[in-house]
Design a protein around this ligand. Structure first.
Ligand code: ZN
Length: 113
């Protein structure tokens, strides 16, 4: 499952960070997930709970901030919120829209003890 591999790589990264800092537990993880990142947030939460079992991140609070996606028309330069990759410019009607934000998936903060 896609979300499971994401959860595992996030947990790997944060437990490695905790280890480097000489900490034994991760108590909080904050993620930023763009609308177009291709991630089901509820599924990610579920996978996360399963994947942290028996790791230093077990029981960590998971906060997921979903970020709206936005695009810019390459023709007229208008910027606007988008829900998918196949959108047309609301200003000129062309389908030459470049996605500017919304594809990100990153760890914003972690809390370790
Ligand atoms: Zn346009």
């Amino acid at each position: 499952m896609h979300e499971m591999s994401i959860a595992l790589s996030v947990i790997d990264a944060v437990t490695e960070k905790a280890r480097q800092e000489g900490c034994s537990a991760v108590t909080g993880i904050e993620l930023v997930v763009g609308r177009l990142a291709g991630v089901q947030v509820e599924s990610l939460r579920f996978c996360f709970t399963a994947a942290t079992r028996n790791t230093p991140a077990e029981g960590a609070e998971l906060i997921i901030e979903e970020r709206e996606a936005s695009g810019r028309c390459e023709d007229c330069g208008a910027t606007f919120p988008v829900e998918s990759y196949h959108v047309k410019c609301p200003s000129c009607g062309l389908y030459r829209v470049r996605i500017e934000t919304g594809e990100e998936l990153s760890v914003r903060t972690i809390t370790i003890e």
